[in-house]
Design a protein around this ligand. Structure first.
Ligand SMILES: Cc1cc2nc3c(=O)[nH]c(=O)nc-3n(C[C@H](O)[C@H](O)[C@H](O)COP(=O)(O)OP(=O)(O)OC[C@H]3O[C@@H](n4cnc5c(N)ncnc54)[C@H](O)[C@@H]3O)c2cc1C
Length: 242
């Protein structure tokens, strides 16, 4: 058992993303064929400018042609439970049926990390859970039940803190939506940290789409729709504008 830390890698993304979005946007307004537009010798800056304007105007469907795939580890099951609520995405997650959790790694929330007494209590519980999980597997084994049949039921005692690994693919439009929801300070700290790292990786590859207006929804709206109680203060709330 060991404490695990967030690690995100961008393992794939659509090559020629800018040209694909550009050709798709232009197809909507041009008598030309997108296949020809795609191969036109057009300045990158010109493409970026065009794509930026179109996306900012809310014409986002061309962004769906471009996808990003992330390999993620060092996150809790509490995080992935929230992540997979985003339906317009593809996921492949490490299974607790096929992978035994003998000596599972875990995530420690920062609020617990900084408090010695809390951390001691937390580690004690995790240790007890590990002990019970291993004991259950042994009892299953004595009953002649092994492998995934034993794992799938023994895992019921595992905590949300258990570390997991997941591969996620989202298209650029859905990523913008995901960042709007999950980069916001209202989002839970762990998924927010993940979303912020994913945003950085996207920014590096496609700055015209994931530029300064991407991130939490206030960056596009220029106000906070969450209301006074939840606003972080970066932008005024709607009532202040009115
Ligand atoms: C701060 C925060 C707190 C939250 N708290 C809770 C909570 O307490 N309990 C809880 O259950 N969930 C909670 N959620 C999860 C939230 O309700 C959503 O399920 C999650 O953010 C997925 O986003 P989404 O619904 O926009 O859909 P996604 O699956 O990301 O889809 C993207 C968009 O596609 C469209 N879409 C997708 N599927 C449909 C559909 N079936 N019908 C119509 N349109 C569709 C919608 O426009 C949607 O916004 C919370 C989320 C956040 C960010």
């Amino acid at each position: 058992m060991a404490e695990a830390k967030l690690n995100v890698e961008l393992i794939d993304f659509t090559q020629e993303a800018l040209s694909i979005i550009y050709a798709s946007c232009r197809q909507c307004y041009s008598s030309k064929f997108a296949g020809d537009i795609f191969n036109e010798d057009i300045d990158e800056e010109q493409k970026e400018e065009f794509v930026r304007k179109i996306a900012a105007s809310g014409h986002e469907s061309p962004l769906e042609h471009v996808k990003f795939t992330f390999a993620i580890q060092g996150v809790s099951r509490a995080l992935t439970h929230q992540l997979v609520r985003h339906r317009i995405a593809s996921y492949s997650q490490q299974s607790q049926r096929y992978v035994k959790e003998k000596g599972f790694d875990y995530i420690v929330p920062p609020s617990i990390e900084k408090n010695k007494k809390m951390k001691a209590e937390y580690l004690k519980v995790l240790d007890n859970i590990q002990h019970s999980y291993n004991a259950l597997l042994e009892l299953y084994d004595q009953d002649g039940i092994r492998g995934e049949k034993a794992n799938e039921d023994a895992r019921f005692v595992l905590p949300q803190a258990a570390e997991t690994k997941i591969v996620v693919t989202m298209n650029a439009r859905q990523l913008l939506h995901f960042f709007k929801e999950r980069c916001c300070t209202r989002a839970q700290w762990e998924i927010r940290a993940l979303a912020n790292e994913m945003l950085q990786l996207c920014k590096e590859k496609l700055p015209s789409i994931f530029g300064k207006n991407s991130g939490p929804k206030c960056e596009t709206l220029k106000f906070c729709p969450e209301g006074e109680k939840f606003a972080c203060g970066k932008y005024p709330v709607l009532t202040e504008i009115k």
